[in-house]
Design a binder for this molecule. Structure first.
Ligand code: GDG
Length: 460
Protein backbone atom coordinates (compact mmCIF):
# COMPACT_ATOMS: atom_id res chain seq x y z
CA UNK A 1 0.00 0.00 0.00
CA UNK A 2 1.55 3.41 -0.94
CA UNK A 3 2.66 5.50 2.00
CA UNK A 4 2.45 2.61 4.42
CA UNK A 5 5.74 1.85 6.06
CA UNK A 6 6.71 -1.78 5.89
CA UNK A 7 7.18 -2.71 9.49
CA UNK A 8 6.28 -6.36 9.99
CA UNK A 9 4.78 -7.45 13.28
CA UNK A 10 1.26 -7.02 14.52
CA UNK A 11 0.30 -3.68 16.02
CA UNK A 12 -0.94 -3.79 19.60
CA UNK A 13 -2.46 -0.53 20.79
CA UNK A 14 -3.03 0.01 24.49
CA UNK A 15 -4.98 2.98 25.85
CA UNK A 16 -7.23 3.57 28.80
CA UNK A 17 -10.33 3.84 26.64
CA UNK A 18 -11.04 1.84 23.50
CA UNK A 19 -13.43 2.93 20.74
CA UNK A 20 -15.32 -0.26 19.85
CA UNK A 21 -16.51 -0.69 16.25
CA UNK A 22 -20.11 0.29 17.07
CA UNK A 23 -19.06 3.45 18.94
CA UNK A 24 -18.30 6.83 17.37
CA UNK A 25 -14.64 7.53 17.87
CA UNK A 26 -14.66 10.86 19.70
CA UNK A 27 -11.31 12.53 19.96
CA UNK A 28 -8.14 12.34 17.97
CA UNK A 29 -6.55 9.47 19.85
CA UNK A 30 -9.47 7.17 19.16
CA UNK A 31 -9.79 7.93 15.48
CA UNK A 32 -6.03 7.83 14.85
CA UNK A 33 -5.68 4.45 16.53
CA UNK A 34 -8.70 2.99 14.82
CA UNK A 35 -7.38 3.99 11.39
CA UNK A 36 -3.93 2.55 12.16
CA UNK A 37 -5.42 -0.77 13.25
CA UNK A 38 -7.76 -0.98 10.27
CA UNK A 39 -4.87 -0.35 7.91
CA UNK A 40 -2.58 -3.09 9.18
CA UNK A 41 -4.68 -5.23 11.49
CA UNK A 42 -3.95 -5.78 15.14
CA UNK A 43 -5.23 -5.65 18.66
CA UNK A 44 -6.61 -2.82 20.80
CA UNK A 45 -6.58 -3.34 24.54
CA UNK A 46 -7.94 -1.11 27.30
CA UNK A 47 -10.57 -0.52 29.95
CA UNK A 48 -14.09 -1.48 28.87
CA UNK A 49 -15.56 1.68 30.37
CA UNK A 50 -17.55 -0.56 32.71
CA UNK A 51 -17.36 -0.74 36.47
CA UNK A 52 -18.02 -4.31 37.65
CA UNK A 53 -18.00 -6.11 41.00
CA UNK A 54 -14.48 -7.36 40.34
CA UNK A 55 -11.69 -6.11 38.07
CA UNK A 56 -10.29 -8.20 35.30
CA UNK A 57 -13.05 -9.76 33.24
CA UNK A 58 -11.97 -9.45 29.61
CA UNK A 59 -14.40 -9.02 26.70
CA UNK A 60 -13.17 -9.86 23.23
CA UNK A 61 -14.53 -8.85 19.89
CA UNK A 62 -13.29 -9.13 16.32
CA UNK A 63 -14.10 -6.75 13.48
CA UNK A 64 -12.31 -7.69 10.26
CA UNK A 65 -8.57 -7.50 10.88
CA UNK A 66 -8.96 -5.75 14.20
CA UNK A 67 -9.38 -7.50 17.51
CA UNK A 68 -10.61 -5.69 20.59
CA UNK A 69 -9.99 -6.79 24.15
CA UNK A 70 -11.41 -4.73 26.99
CA UNK A 71 -11.28 -5.24 30.70
CA UNK A 72 -13.73 -4.26 33.45
CA UNK A 73 -12.57 -2.44 36.56
CA UNK A 74 -13.96 -2.73 40.07
CA UNK A 75 -15.36 0.39 41.74
CA UNK A 76 -12.29 0.87 43.95
CA UNK A 77 -9.83 0.28 41.08
CA UNK A 78 -11.75 2.73 38.92
CA UNK A 79 -11.96 5.37 41.63
CA UNK A 80 -8.34 5.13 42.71
CA UNK A 81 -6.74 4.62 39.27
CA UNK A 82 -8.92 6.69 36.96
CA UNK A 83 -10.76 9.34 38.99
CA UNK A 84 -7.95 9.33 41.54
CA UNK A 85 -4.32 9.20 40.48
CA UNK A 86 -4.80 9.66 36.71
CA UNK A 87 -7.32 12.48 36.80
CA UNK A 88 -6.80 14.20 40.18
CA UNK A 89 -3.03 13.87 40.43
CA UNK A 90 -1.39 13.46 37.03
CA UNK A 91 -3.82 15.43 34.87
CA UNK A 92 -3.59 18.70 36.88
CA UNK A 93 0.17 18.28 37.34
CA UNK A 94 0.75 17.75 33.62
CA UNK A 95 -1.44 20.79 32.89
CA UNK A 96 0.62 23.09 35.13
CA UNK A 97 -1.97 23.15 37.93
CA UNK A 98 -0.14 22.06 41.08
CA UNK A 99 -2.84 23.89 43.08
CA UNK A 100 -5.35 21.26 41.94
CA UNK A 101 -3.14 18.21 42.49
CA UNK A 102 -4.71 15.87 45.01
CA UNK A 103 -2.11 13.34 45.97
CA UNK A 104 -2.53 10.33 48.19
CA UNK A 105 -0.73 7.01 48.47
CA UNK A 106 -3.94 5.03 48.17
CA UNK A 107 -4.60 6.48 44.72
CA UNK A 108 -1.02 5.83 43.68
CA UNK A 109 -1.33 2.22 44.86
CA UNK A 110 -4.55 1.87 42.84
CA UNK A 111 -2.83 3.33 39.77
CA UNK A 112 0.05 0.86 40.04
CA UNK A 113 -2.33 -2.03 40.74
CA UNK A 114 -4.39 -1.35 37.61
CA UNK A 115 -1.24 -0.98 35.52
CA UNK A 116 -0.12 -4.40 36.84
CA UNK A 117 -3.48 -5.79 35.82
CA UNK A 118 -3.03 -4.36 32.32
CA UNK A 119 0.41 -6.00 32.20
CA UNK A 120 -0.93 -9.38 33.38
CA UNK A 121 -3.65 -9.44 30.75
CA UNK A 122 -1.39 -8.22 27.99
CA UNK A 123 0.95 -11.14 28.66
CA UNK A 124 -1.70 -13.54 27.39
CA UNK A 125 -2.59 -11.34 24.40
CA UNK A 126 0.77 -10.50 22.81
CA UNK A 127 3.32 -12.52 20.87
CA UNK A 128 6.98 -11.95 20.30
CA UNK A 129 6.98 -9.95 17.02
CA UNK A 130 4.21 -7.55 18.05
CA UNK A 131 4.85 -3.82 18.12
CA UNK A 132 3.26 -2.34 21.20
CA UNK A 133 2.02 1.24 21.26
CA UNK A 134 0.92 2.48 24.68
CA UNK A 135 -0.94 5.76 25.05
CA UNK A 136 -1.13 8.48 27.62
CA UNK A 137 -0.63 9.31 31.26
CA UNK A 138 -2.87 6.56 32.61
CA UNK A 139 -0.30 3.94 31.62
CA UNK A 140 3.16 5.45 32.18
CA UNK A 141 4.69 2.46 34.08
CA UNK A 142 3.23 -0.23 31.82
CA UNK A 143 6.35 -0.88 29.75
CA UNK A 144 8.45 -1.35 32.90
CA UNK A 145 5.90 -3.86 34.19
CA UNK A 146 5.93 -5.73 30.88
CA UNK A 147 9.74 -5.76 30.87
CA UNK A 148 9.66 -7.26 34.40
CA UNK A 149 7.59 -10.05 32.91
CA UNK A 150 10.21 -10.68 30.24
CA UNK A 151 8.68 -8.80 27.31
CA UNK A 152 11.38 -7.76 24.83
CA UNK A 153 9.14 -6.39 22.08
CA UNK A 154 9.43 -2.89 20.73
CA UNK A 155 7.30 -0.70 22.99
CA UNK A 156 6.44 2.93 22.28
CA UNK A 157 4.65 5.48 24.42
CA UNK A 158 2.84 8.61 23.33
CA UNK A 159 1.97 11.32 25.84
CA UNK A 160 -1.10 13.24 24.67
CA UNK A 161 -0.83 15.92 27.38
CA UNK A 162 1.87 18.55 27.85
CA UNK A 163 4.88 17.73 29.99
CA UNK A 164 5.75 20.58 32.37
CA UNK A 165 9.26 21.60 33.33
CA UNK A 166 11.26 19.59 35.84
CA UNK A 167 10.72 22.24 38.53
CA UNK A 168 7.02 21.38 38.50
CA UNK A 169 7.32 17.62 37.98
CA UNK A 170 9.32 17.27 41.19
CA UNK A 171 6.31 18.54 43.15
CA UNK A 172 4.87 15.04 42.70
CA UNK A 173 5.83 12.78 45.60
CA UNK A 174 7.80 9.76 44.35
CA UNK A 175 8.06 11.43 40.93
CA UNK A 176 11.33 9.67 40.14
CA UNK A 177 9.91 6.20 40.72
CA UNK A 178 7.10 6.88 38.30
CA UNK A 179 8.90 8.90 35.63
CA UNK A 180 12.06 6.81 35.42
CA UNK A 181 9.88 3.97 34.08
CA UNK A 182 9.67 5.96 30.82
CA UNK A 183 13.20 4.72 30.14
CA UNK A 184 11.81 1.22 29.64
CA UNK A 185 10.14 2.26 26.39
CA UNK A 186 12.08 2.25 23.14
CA UNK A 187 10.49 5.48 22.02
CA UNK A 188 8.59 8.21 23.87
CA UNK A 189 6.57 10.59 21.66
CA UNK A 190 5.52 14.10 22.65
CA UNK A 191 3.55 16.81 20.86
CA UNK A 192 6.01 19.73 20.94
CA UNK A 193 9.70 20.58 21.29
CA UNK A 194 8.89 22.27 24.62
CA UNK A 195 7.54 18.97 26.02
CA UNK A 196 10.57 17.10 24.76
CA UNK A 197 12.95 19.60 26.33
CA UNK A 198 11.12 19.22 29.63
CA UNK A 199 11.56 15.44 29.50
CA UNK A 200 15.21 15.71 28.64
CA UNK A 201 15.84 18.27 31.37
CA UNK A 202 14.07 16.09 33.93
CA UNK A 203 16.07 12.98 33.02
CA UNK A 204 19.40 14.76 32.83
CA UNK A 205 19.08 16.96 35.90
CA UNK A 206 16.82 15.02 38.23
CA UNK A 207 17.69 11.44 37.39
CA UNK A 208 21.35 11.88 36.45
CA UNK A 209 20.84 10.49 32.94
CA UNK A 210 23.19 11.32 30.09
CA UNK A 211 22.56 12.14 26.46
CA UNK A 212 24.23 9.69 24.10
CA UNK A 213 25.67 10.85 20.82
CA UNK A 214 22.97 9.04 18.88
CA UNK A 215 20.29 11.01 20.74
CA UNK A 216 19.29 8.29 23.21
CA UNK A 217 18.77 9.27 26.84
CA UNK A 218 20.64 6.83 29.07
CA UNK A 219 19.79 6.41 32.75
CA UNK A 220 22.43 5.61 35.42
CA UNK A 221 21.11 2.04 35.65
CA UNK A 222 21.77 1.49 31.96
CA UNK A 223 18.39 1.83 30.24
CA UNK A 224 18.22 3.99 27.16
CA UNK A 225 15.38 5.36 25.08
CA UNK A 226 14.61 8.06 22.56
CA UNK A 227 12.24 10.98 23.17
CA UNK A 228 10.98 12.70 20.02
CA UNK A 229 8.40 15.15 18.78
CA UNK A 230 5.38 13.94 16.76
CA UNK A 231 2.66 16.62 16.65
CA UNK A 232 -0.65 14.80 16.23
CA UNK A 233 -2.78 15.84 13.27
CA UNK A 234 -6.35 15.38 12.14
CA UNK A 235 -7.80 13.67 9.07
CA UNK A 236 -7.65 17.00 7.25
CA UNK A 237 -9.15 15.85 3.95
CA UNK A 238 -12.00 14.06 5.69
CA UNK A 239 -12.87 17.04 7.91
CA UNK A 240 -12.77 19.45 4.94
CA UNK A 241 -14.94 17.13 2.89
CA UNK A 242 -17.45 16.68 5.68
CA UNK A 243 -17.63 20.45 6.29
CA UNK A 244 -18.26 21.14 2.61
CA UNK A 245 -21.41 19.02 2.84
CA UNK A 246 -22.53 20.61 6.07
CA UNK A 247 -25.49 22.42 4.56
CA UNK A 248 -27.21 19.08 4.10
CA UNK A 249 -27.68 18.87 7.86
CA UNK A 250 -30.80 20.35 9.33
CA UNK A 251 -28.88 21.41 12.45
CA UNK A 252 -26.66 23.72 10.37
CA UNK A 253 -29.61 25.26 8.62
CA UNK A 254 -31.32 25.84 12.00
CA UNK A 255 -28.21 27.42 13.50
CA UNK A 256 -27.74 29.79 10.56
CA UNK A 257 -31.38 30.79 10.61
CA UNK A 258 -31.23 31.55 14.32
CA UNK A 259 -28.22 33.82 13.78
CA UNK A 260 -30.16 36.16 11.49
CA UNK A 261 -26.92 37.30 9.84
CA UNK A 262 -24.98 37.84 13.08
CA UNK A 263 -21.32 36.79 13.15
CA UNK A 264 -20.78 33.57 15.07
CA UNK A 265 -17.89 32.93 17.45
CA UNK A 266 -17.55 29.24 18.31
CA UNK A 267 -15.81 27.25 21.07
CA UNK A 268 -15.91 23.43 21.36
CA UNK A 269 -14.24 21.78 24.34
CA UNK A 270 -14.62 18.96 26.78
CA UNK A 271 -15.75 20.60 29.99
CA UNK A 272 -12.32 20.67 31.64
CA UNK A 273 -10.50 23.33 33.67
CA UNK A 274 -7.49 23.07 31.35
CA UNK A 275 -9.57 24.49 28.49
CA UNK A 276 -9.75 28.00 29.96
CA UNK A 277 -13.53 28.35 29.72
CA UNK A 278 -14.16 30.76 32.62
CA UNK A 279 -11.42 33.04 31.29
CA UNK A 280 -12.90 32.76 27.79
CA UNK A 281 -16.35 33.81 29.02
CA UNK A 282 -14.80 36.81 30.77
CA UNK A 283 -12.95 37.78 27.59
CA UNK A 284 -16.19 37.67 25.63
CA UNK A 285 -17.88 39.80 28.29
CA UNK A 286 -14.98 42.24 28.00
CA UNK A 287 -15.51 42.38 24.22
CA UNK A 288 -19.15 43.32 24.74
CA UNK A 289 -18.16 45.91 27.31
CA UNK A 290 -15.53 47.63 25.18
CA UNK A 291 -17.33 47.35 21.82
CA UNK A 292 -20.98 48.37 22.18
CA UNK A 293 -21.18 48.53 18.38
CA UNK A 294 -20.97 44.73 18.38
CA UNK A 295 -24.07 44.30 20.52
CA UNK A 296 -26.70 42.32 18.57
CA UNK A 297 -24.08 41.78 15.84
CA UNK A 298 -22.32 38.75 17.32
CA UNK A 299 -23.26 35.54 19.03
CA UNK A 300 -20.94 33.21 20.93
CA UNK A 301 -21.74 29.49 20.86
CA UNK A 302 -19.82 27.41 23.39
CA UNK A 303 -20.30 23.65 23.10
CA UNK A 304 -18.96 21.89 26.19
CA UNK A 305 -19.88 18.24 26.70
CA UNK A 306 -19.31 17.33 30.37
CA UNK A 307 -16.46 14.94 31.15
CA UNK A 308 -15.08 13.20 34.26
CA UNK A 309 -18.18 13.92 36.30
CA UNK A 310 -16.81 11.70 39.11
CA UNK A 311 -14.10 14.28 39.85
CA UNK A 312 -15.20 17.19 42.11
CA UNK A 313 -13.18 19.86 40.24
CA UNK A 314 -15.18 19.06 37.09
CA UNK A 315 -18.52 19.48 38.86
CA UNK A 316 -17.26 22.74 40.29
CA UNK A 317 -16.24 24.22 36.94
CA UNK A 318 -19.59 23.24 35.48
CA UNK A 319 -21.42 25.26 38.16
CA UNK A 320 -19.05 28.18 37.67
CA UNK A 321 -19.71 28.31 33.91
CA UNK A 322 -23.47 28.13 34.34
CA UNK A 323 -23.28 31.13 36.64
CA UNK A 324 -20.97 33.02 34.32
CA UNK A 325 -23.07 32.43 31.18
CA UNK A 326 -26.20 33.44 33.09
CA UNK A 327 -24.48 36.56 34.32
CA UNK A 328 -23.30 37.65 30.86
CA UNK A 329 -26.70 37.08 29.31
CA UNK A 330 -28.32 38.90 32.25
CA UNK A 331 -26.07 41.92 31.61
CA UNK A 332 -26.37 42.16 27.83
CA UNK A 333 -29.25 40.12 26.40
CA UNK A 334 -32.09 41.80 24.53
CA UNK A 335 -35.52 40.33 23.71
CA UNK A 336 -34.20 39.33 20.29
CA UNK A 337 -30.53 38.64 21.15
CA UNK A 338 -28.83 36.06 23.36
CA UNK A 339 -25.11 37.00 23.52
CA UNK A 340 -23.87 33.61 24.68
CA UNK A 341 -25.29 30.18 23.91
CA UNK A 342 -23.83 27.66 26.28
CA UNK A 343 -24.59 24.05 25.32
CA UNK A 344 -23.61 21.02 27.43
CA UNK A 345 -24.30 18.30 24.89
CA UNK A 346 -22.15 16.63 22.27
CA UNK A 347 -22.70 16.43 18.51
CA UNK A 348 -21.62 14.10 15.71
CA UNK A 349 -18.44 15.20 13.94
CA UNK A 350 -20.36 15.86 10.72
CA UNK A 351 -22.50 18.44 12.50
CA UNK A 352 -19.57 19.94 14.40
CA UNK A 353 -17.66 20.56 11.18
CA UNK A 354 -20.70 22.43 9.83
CA UNK A 355 -20.88 24.54 12.98
CA UNK A 356 -17.17 25.36 12.62
CA UNK A 357 -17.72 26.42 9.01
CA UNK A 358 -20.64 28.62 9.96
CA UNK A 359 -18.47 30.48 12.49
CA UNK A 360 -16.53 33.62 11.55
CA UNK A 361 -14.24 33.06 14.54
CA UNK A 362 -12.94 29.87 16.20
CA UNK A 363 -12.09 30.68 19.82
CA UNK A 364 -9.69 28.09 21.25
CA UNK A 365 -8.09 29.32 24.46
CA UNK A 366 -6.90 26.47 26.71
CA UNK A 367 -4.64 27.44 29.63
CA UNK A 368 -2.58 24.40 28.64
CA UNK A 369 -3.21 21.72 26.05
CA UNK A 370 -1.03 18.93 24.66
CA UNK A 371 -2.12 19.73 21.11
CA UNK A 372 -5.81 20.71 20.75
CA UNK A 373 -7.47 19.13 17.79
CA UNK A 374 -10.46 21.46 17.82
CA UNK A 375 -8.18 24.27 16.60
CA UNK A 376 -7.12 22.11 13.67
CA UNK A 377 -10.65 20.93 12.91
CA UNK A 378 -11.88 24.55 12.89
CA UNK A 379 -9.29 25.52 10.26
CA UNK A 380 -9.87 22.43 8.11
CA UNK A 381 -13.64 23.05 8.10
CA UNK A 382 -13.50 26.56 6.62
CA UNK A 383 -14.89 27.61 3.28
CA UNK A 384 -11.72 28.10 1.16
CA UNK A 385 -13.28 31.18 -0.47
CA UNK A 386 -14.40 32.86 2.73
CA UNK A 387 -12.51 31.38 5.67
CA UNK A 388 -12.97 32.36 9.29
CA UNK A 389 -10.26 33.36 11.75
CA UNK A 390 -8.76 31.22 14.49
CA UNK A 391 -8.01 32.86 17.85
CA UNK A 392 -5.68 30.45 19.58
CA UNK A 393 -3.96 30.17 22.95
CA UNK A 394 -0.17 30.28 22.87
CA UNK A 395 -0.26 27.46 25.40
CA UNK A 396 -1.91 24.91 23.12
CA UNK A 397 0.55 22.59 21.38
CA UNK A 398 -1.23 23.54 18.14
CA UNK A 399 0.19 27.08 18.40
CA UNK A 400 3.58 25.66 17.39
CA UNK A 401 2.22 24.78 13.97
CA UNK A 402 -0.56 27.35 13.57
CA UNK A 403 1.39 30.59 13.87
CA UNK A 404 -1.05 32.21 11.41
CA UNK A 405 -3.82 32.14 13.97
CA UNK A 406 -4.22 35.20 16.20
CA UNK A 407 -2.19 33.93 19.14
CA UNK A 408 -3.21 35.06 22.61
CA UNK A 409 -2.48 34.56 26.28
CA UNK A 410 -5.80 33.10 27.50
CA UNK A 411 -5.41 34.67 30.94
CA UNK A 412 -5.19 38.16 29.43
CA UNK A 413 -8.84 39.08 29.02
CA UNK A 414 -7.99 42.33 27.29
CA UNK A 415 -5.73 40.65 24.73
CA UNK A 416 -8.34 38.01 23.91
CA UNK A 417 -11.06 40.68 23.56
CA UNK A 418 -8.79 42.66 21.20
CA UNK A 419 -8.06 39.56 19.13
CA UNK A 420 -11.79 38.87 18.85
CA UNK A 421 -12.38 42.42 17.62
CA UNK A 422 -9.58 42.07 15.11
CA UNK A 423 -10.83 38.67 13.94
CA UNK A 424 -14.36 39.96 13.44
CA UNK A 425 -13.09 42.88 11.37
CA UNK A 426 -10.40 41.05 9.40
CA UNK A 427 -10.56 41.70 5.63
CA UNK A 428 -11.01 38.77 3.27
CA UNK A 429 -7.49 39.03 1.75
CA UNK A 430 -5.83 38.65 5.14
CA UNK A 431 -8.13 35.80 6.14
CA UNK A 432 -7.32 33.99 2.90
CA UNK A 433 -3.55 34.28 3.37
CA UNK A 434 -3.59 33.16 6.97
CA UNK A 435 -5.98 30.28 6.32
CA UNK A 436 -4.04 28.96 3.31
CA UNK A 437 -0.79 28.84 5.28
CA UNK A 438 -2.42 26.98 8.16
CA UNK A 439 -4.19 24.60 5.81
CA UNK A 440 -0.87 23.76 4.09
CA UNK A 441 0.50 22.65 7.46
CA UNK A 442 -2.60 20.59 8.26
CA UNK A 443 -2.52 18.88 4.88
CA UNK A 444 1.14 17.99 5.21
CA UNK A 445 1.03 16.96 8.87
CA UNK A 446 -2.21 15.05 9.03
CA UNK A 447 -3.04 12.13 11.27
CA UNK A 448 -1.77 9.53 8.82
CA UNK A 449 1.60 11.25 8.63
CA UNK A 450 1.64 11.38 12.45
CA UNK A 451 1.07 7.70 13.07
CA UNK A 452 3.33 6.58 10.22
CA UNK A 453 6.15 8.75 11.56
CA UNK A 454 5.75 7.32 15.06
CA UNK A 455 5.66 3.68 13.84
CA UNK A 456 8.62 4.15 11.58
CA UNK A 457 10.71 5.48 14.41
CA UNK A 458 9.51 2.78 16.78
CA UNK A 459 10.47 -0.11 14.54
CA UNK A 460 13.74 1.38 13.31
C1 GDG B 1 -6.31 15.07 24.44
C2 GDG B 1 -5.36 16.21 24.81
C3 GDG B 1 -4.69 16.38 22.41
C4 GDG B 1 -15.46 17.61 21.14
N1 GDG B 1 -16.78 17.79 21.33
C5 GDG B 1 -17.37 16.86 20.62
C6 GDG B 1 -16.39 16.09 19.98
N2 GDG B 1 -15.25 16.59 20.31
C7 GDG B 1 -13.98 16.09 19.77
C8 GDG B 1 -13.30 17.17 18.98
C9 GDG B 1 -11.86 16.70 18.99
C10 GDG B 1 -11.77 15.96 20.32
O1 GDG B 1 -13.11 15.70 20.77
C11 GDG B 1 -11.12 16.79 21.39
O2 GDG B 1 -9.74 16.75 21.18
P1 GDG B 1 -8.78 17.85 21.79
O3 GDG B 1 -7.45 17.66 21.20
O4 GDG B 1 -9.33 19.21 21.49
O5 GDG B 1 -8.82 17.68 23.38
P2 GDG B 1 -8.76 16.43 24.45
O6 GDG B 1 -10.03 15.69 24.46
O7 GDG B 1 -8.42 17.08 25.76
O8 GDG B 1 -7.59 15.49 23.94
C12 GDG B 1 -5.19 17.16 23.63
C13 GDG B 1 -5.54 15.14 22.16
O9 GDG B 1 -5.68 14.35 23.36
C14 GDG B 1 -4.92 14.25 21.08
O10 GDG B 1 -3.60 13.94 21.36
O11 GDG B 1 -4.79 17.22 21.27
O12 GDG B 1 -4.28 18.18 23.94
O13 GDG B 1 -5.84 16.93 25.97
O14 GDG B 1 -11.62 15.79 17.96
O15 GDG B 1 -13.87 17.27 17.71
N3 GDG B 1 -16.66 15.05 19.18
C15 GDG B 1 -17.96 14.76 18.99
N4 GDG B 1 -18.99 15.47 19.57
C16 GDG B 1 -18.73 16.54 20.39
O16 GDG B 1 -19.64 17.20 20.89
N5 GDG B 1 -18.26 13.72 18.18
Amino acid sequence: MPGRPDMGGRLVVVSNRVALPDQTATGGLASAMRAALQERGGLWFGWSGKVARLSGEVHRLRDGMVEYATMDLSRSDHDEFYDGFANRTLWPLLHYRPDLVDYNRKHLAGYLRVNQLFADHLMSLISSGDIIWINDYHLIPLAAMLRERGVRNRIGFFLHTPLPAAGLLIALPLHNELLETLARYDLVGLHTPRDRRALEEYFLHELGATMRRDGHIRTPDGHSFRAEVFPIGIDTAEVAQSASHADEHEEIHDLKQSLEGRALIIGVDRLDYSKGLPERFLAYARLLERSPQLHRMVSFLQIAPPSRGGVPEYRQIRRELERSAGHINGMYAAPDWVPIRYVNSSFPHSVLSGYYRAARVGLVTPLRDGMNLVAKEYVASQNPEDPGVLVLSRFAGAAQELGDALLVNPADTEEVAEALERALAMPLEERLVRWRRMMDVLERQDVTAWRNAFFRRLVE
